[in-house]
Design a protein around this ligand. Structure first.
Ligand code: HDE
Length: 710
């Protein structure tokens, strides 16, 4: 690649190029094409006079083979698709930047973690795991959370998930796990779901998956927005400082918006009514300048403490509870720009856990070690050869020079005659850079390693249930109910009774007997008699940091409210709530019984943003109904309006009914509660409405809400 300074200025003992990052980004941006005011051409630059008609022998005659314009166009079209990712195929992404709060020089020499004035560009892709590229966003699944930091010392990819653990401990099991969770091979059913025999067959025979499966059965697997998800690097990594001292590190992303989820009925309906729900929200929030933000946190374990835990730091099925090692918040990431082209950026992005920079290094986690092979390997097929890092979205902002040459789709035109090292013809360039302190070349941490060549799992990886129990114990009562419902839903779809029995008796009974017994009853399995594995003594019984109830932001910023309008609606209530929501950083839309304009009680005209069918209650966090006698009467008589409110009530959302709209509560036989609010004027319930929304759901309503038909 020749988009940087002369190689002679950079290599050897020179420090990395520290010229302005934004200049370098501009260089990358030169690949962005804008065809405005440009002539239509062939791929070889010939201007096209007619893009409507194939060259023919006469108006009604046969097409001519010589039509290079038509042939080139159709040929390119025929080859537009590339293989989708074998996992994490469904995803969407955004650009942004990361800034560290304070230099982390005590822990790492990584340049982007040491300069608080530096904005490091990032590209983040969120994804589901199981479904294909066109599958729905809101399925029950793990979410990928992959971040590419374009640092001045090379790309650092933090390829994580929204759950802190994984299904398996050793990479060699990954193909088995993925084959089991993917649609079944004979009929390619189900799409985007783990509720089928092969998945539960595998996990019920694989106790190490117990902890992760519990996370997947929790509300974490149905996030409302990407901006409402935590992210985790999952593995234990290393950081190394300039003195060469290493610590173990776990990476965390903490959403500034807080952590919150859908309810299951809502998630399922959204999958049909708006399969792009998460993608759309990310896009729309960024377009309107409401940028999603996450703080980067790290848990740091000194080398000497490696063996002081009840579990092994190298075991990716374990967390380090935050009560044992607090999360140190070190910086912030802001996503502020949507891609211009989904394929060129989101689809062609090639993340790789092996993209690291000096100051960060791997551990011997056998899952991590296997991933180091897989991520490059998979791009060879997907992106058609080894030059995928030359694709604009994957190019680092730091200079690239080496003796790698040729292969499919090579972009760089390498000058010089020596493509080998050592060489004297090109004066030995490009040359190695010694590691810090004299240079800045990458140096692996000199960990002492010795051992017998063996295929074995360390005994320290042998406890598969204690942390699952810790997670279960840490859930609030509603979260526990949801987990029971999720296992019951999924296992009820498993056709083979012996798989249901095995999951209940050999997995769930070892996590918690109440969980096992309740699920057993729901899926037609005899109640288990007791655990099959002796419980191990743990230093913690509960970890409050795991419950989403404790992870809300305490405000309603970025939340979405439907304001229901029809003829006769009271305009002052609308003005009041819109102002209030804007002040709180929330967003509102006027939803009509149809998309036609409505006339307010005062005679003015309002144009709804959408109809009730077009933007159903599941697209919002709360519903506000302004006063107005005629409007309330019309809504009470309309099936769609009734359904709107009943559904919002069933999904435990805050609902405000102003003035005459209060009659809708008794009409629908809904009892007021801390989230179903009635008042004569909108202004009287504003604060309560905001407070109810900030709690995200009215959990106390859940038992009553079950009586409302779905
Ligand atoms: Fe991945 N994973 N993975 N994975 N993974 C891929 O790489 C793999 C694992 C994760 O938005 C693939 O480019 C193996 C853990 C994300 O483009 C593939 C193992 C975690 C993404 C691959 C794992 C992840 C991927 C498919 C077990 C959380 C999407 C396409 C050893 C820490 C990245 C691709 C994006 C994608 C392999 C386990 C996260 C096949 C072999 C654990 C977020 O290379």
């Amino acid at each position: 690649m020749s988009n940087d300074k002369k190689s002679s200025e950079l290599a050897g003992t020179d420090t990395p190029d520290r010229s302005n990052t934004s200049e370098k980004i501009d260089q990358l941006e030169r690949f962005r094409e804008d065809a405005t005011d440009r002539a239509l051409t062939t791929n070889t630059g010939t201007r096209i006079a007619d893009n409507q008609n194939t060259l023919k022998a006469g108006d009604r005659g046969p097409s001519l083979l010589e039509d290079f314009i038509m042939r080139e166009k159709i040929m390119h079209f025929d080859h537009e698709r590339i293989p989708e990712r074998v996992v994490h195929a469904r995803g969407s992404a955004a650009h942004g930047y990361f800034q560290v709060y304070e230099p982390l020089s005590d822990l790492t020499k990584a340049d982007f973690l040491n300069d608080p004035s530096k904005k490091t560009p990032v590209f983040v892709r969120f994804s589901t795991v199981q479904g294909p590229r066109g599958s729905a966003d809101t399925v029950r699944d793990v979410r990928g959370f992959a971040t590419k930091f374009y640092t001045d010392e090379g790309n650092f990819d933090l390829v994580g998930n929204n759950m802190p653990v994984f299904f398996i401990q050793d990479a060699i099991k990954f193909p088995d796990f993925v084959h089991a969770v993917k649609p079944e091979p004979h009929n390619e059913i189900p799409t985007g779901q783990s509720a089928h025999d092969t998945f539960w067959d595998f996990v019920s025979l694989t106790p190490e998956s117990a902890h992760m499966v519990l996370w997947v059965m929790s509300d974490r697997a149905i996030p409302v927005h990407f901006r409402g998800m935590q992210g985790f690097g999952v593995h234990t990594f290393r950081m190394i400082n300039a003195e060469g001292k290493s610590v173990f590190v776990k990476f965390h992303w903490r959403p500034v918006s807080g952590v919150y989820s859908l309810v299951w009925d809502e998630a399922q309906k959204l999958a049909g009514k708006d399969p792009d729900f998460n993608r759309r929200m990310l896009w729309e929030d960024i377009e309107k300048g409401d940028y999603p933000e996450w703080e980067l946190g790290i848990q740091v374990v000194p080398e000497e403490d490696e063996h002081k835990f009840d579990f092994d730091l190298l075991d990716a099925t374990k967390i380090i509870p935050e009560e044992l090692v607090p999360v140190r918040v070190v910086g912030k990431m802001t996503l502020n720009r949507n891609p211009d082209n989904f394929f060129a950026e989101t689809e062609q992005a090639a993340f790789h856990i092996g993209h690291i920079v000096p100051g960060i290094d791997f551990t011997n986690d056998p899952l991590l070690q296997g991933r180091l092979f897989s991520y490059t390997d998979t791009q060879l097929l997907r992106l058609g050869g080894p030059n995928f890092n030359e694709i604009p979205i994957n190019r680092p902002v730091s200079p690239v020079h080496n003796n790698q040459r040729d292969a499919l789709h090579r972009q760089a035109i390498n000058k010089g005659r020596a493509s080998y090292e050592p060489n004297s013809i090109d004066s030995g360039w490009p040359k190695e850079t010694p590691p810090a302190p004299s240079g800045g070349g990458f140096e692996s941490y000199p960990e002492r390693v010795s051992g017998t060549k063996i295929r074995n799992r360390s005994e320290s990886f042998g406890d598969h249930f204690s942390q699952a129990t810790l997670f279960w114990n840490s859930m609030s009562p509603p979260e526990k109910e949801h987990i029971i419902s999720a296992y019951s839903f999924e296992l009820a779809k498993v056709e083979r009774l012996f798989i249901r029995e095995r999951q209940v008796n050999e997995i769930l009974a070892n996590i918690d007997m109440t969980l096992a017994t309740r699920v057993a009853k729901n899926v037609g399995v005899a109640a288990p008699t007791g655990p099959t594995v002796a419980a191990r003594k743990q230093s913690l019984n509960e970890s409050p940091a795991l419950s989403q109830v404790n992870l809300l932001a305490g405000n309603i910023k970025s939340r979405k409210v439907a304001i229901l309008v029809t003829d006769g609606v009271e305009e002052s209530d609308i003005t009041y709530i819109k102002d209030l929501l804007m002040k709180e950083g929330a967003m509102s839309k006027l939803i009509g019984m149809s998309a036609s304009p409505v006339t307010t009680a005062g005679g003015s005209e309002l144009i709804p943003d959408a109809s009730m069918e077009g933007l159903p209650s599941i697209a919002f966090d709360a519903v506000f109904v302004p006063g107005g006698a005629a409007a309330a009467k019309a809504m009470a008589a309309d099936g769609n309006a009734q359904h709107y409110l009943l559904e919002a009530y069933k999904h435990l959302k805050a609902i405000a009914l102003c003035g005459d709209a209060g009659s809708l509560a008794s009409h629908l036989r809904l009892d007021p509660d801390e989230g179903l609010l009635l008042a004569s004027k909108g202004g009287e319930l504003g604060d309560k409405f905001v407070a109810a929304m900030a709690k995200h759901r009215v959990w106390a309503r859940e038992p009553k809400a079950k009586a409302i038909p779905a």
